[in-house]
Design a protein around this ligand. Structure first.
Ligand code: CO8
Length: 258
């Protein structure tokens, strides 16, 4: 009997949908899954027919963390040799917007993967946290840094040091997720967001994502300079001419992605 694929993909217009599919272990993330995920995302990043990537889990779990079974008996050198964070770096470099459709548990590496996404659509039932402290470790794929930047030091310390889970409402109130949607429609709502985004001009989407992400790395004046350069560069695109002309002519723009 052949094994179920750990990632399922389909395209829906200009949206590439990737679903994490390890329901028996609440979508725990292992190296082979992360390697395939990075490869798939890079493929969609290079595919002109795709504008947005939608990454989803299942109703019960977005991802309950890195696969603990894979790490339980690992030594320092095993972990270093696996170099699993190289795959996360590849995901960090994806230029097209990534929308996350999150339902159920988003824990540990799952929360960190969620924070690698750009727009996070979250079911009311989501449970989000960094509970690594309960198993003798700490976040390793950016949790201490990205969570702190998103929610501030006080709440990040609480979440990381107590291991407690945040409700979707708490996550929303503290700026960790983008929107909360009813549990019965979590995937459809996220797909709607991704589809509407995919109709926007492709180059402007990519540059806007790049500029927002730079806000975490640069000083304000460097960030403003960076933003301005990307803004000017958009005046070299067909979609800028089309978008502004369509506005003046009071018609809907027809974007080509160029
Ligand atoms: N890894 C492996 N298996 C898991 C994981 C996991 N992270 N989470 C759940 N499972 C498995 C369980 O072992 C169980 O398997 P089985 O049915 O064979 O016993 C199955 O999924 C269902 O889980 P539960 O029976 O425990 O379901 P409950 O509803 O009782 O509890 C919880 C759900 C609360 C989510 C619970 O499963 C849990 O606490 N899971 C672990 C959460 C956790 O600690 N996550 C952090 C892991 S460490 C980490 O992410 C470090 C990241 C470092 C960087 C990433 C590098 C790749």
């Amino acid at each position: 009997m052949s094994e179920e694929p750990h990632l399922l993909t389909e395209t829906n217009g200009a949206v590439a949908v990737i679903r994490i599919n390890r329901p028996k272990v609440l979508n725990a993330l292992n190296l082979s899954l992360m390697t395939d995920l990075a490869e798939m995302m890079e493929g969609y990043d290079d595919d002109d027919s795709i504008n947005v990537i939608l990454l989803a889990g299942t109703q019960r779990a977005w991802a309950a963390g890195a696969d603990i079974g894979d790490m339980a008996s690992a030594s320092v050198s095993d972990m270093a040799q696996r170099d699993q964070f190289a795959q996360w770096e590849r995901i960090k470099r994806i230029k097209k917007p990534i929308v996350a459709a999150v339902s159920g548990f988003a824990l540990g590496g799952g929360c960190e993967l969620m924070m690698h996404c750009d727009v996070i659509i979250c079911s009311e039932t989501a449970r989000i946290g960094q509970p690594e402290i309960n198993i003798g470790v700490m976040p390793g794929a950016g949790g201490t840094q990205r969570l702190t930047r998103a929610v501030g030091k006080a709440l990040a310390m609480d979440v990381v040091l107590s291991g407690r889970f945040l409700s979707a409402r708490e996550a929303m109130d503290h700026g960790l997720v983008s929107r909360i949607v009813p549990p019965e429609h979590w995937f459809e709502e996220a797909l709607k967001v991704a589809t509407a985004m995919a109709a926007k001009p492709a180059t402007a989407l990519r540059y806007a994502k790049e500029a927002v992400l730079k806000a975490h790395d640069l000083s304000l004046s460097q960030g403003l300079e960076y933003e301005r350069k990307l803004f000017y560069m958009l005046f070299d695109t067909h979609d800028q001419k089309e978008g502004m002309t369509a506005f003046m002519e009071k018609r809907k723009p027809s974007f080509t992605g160029r």
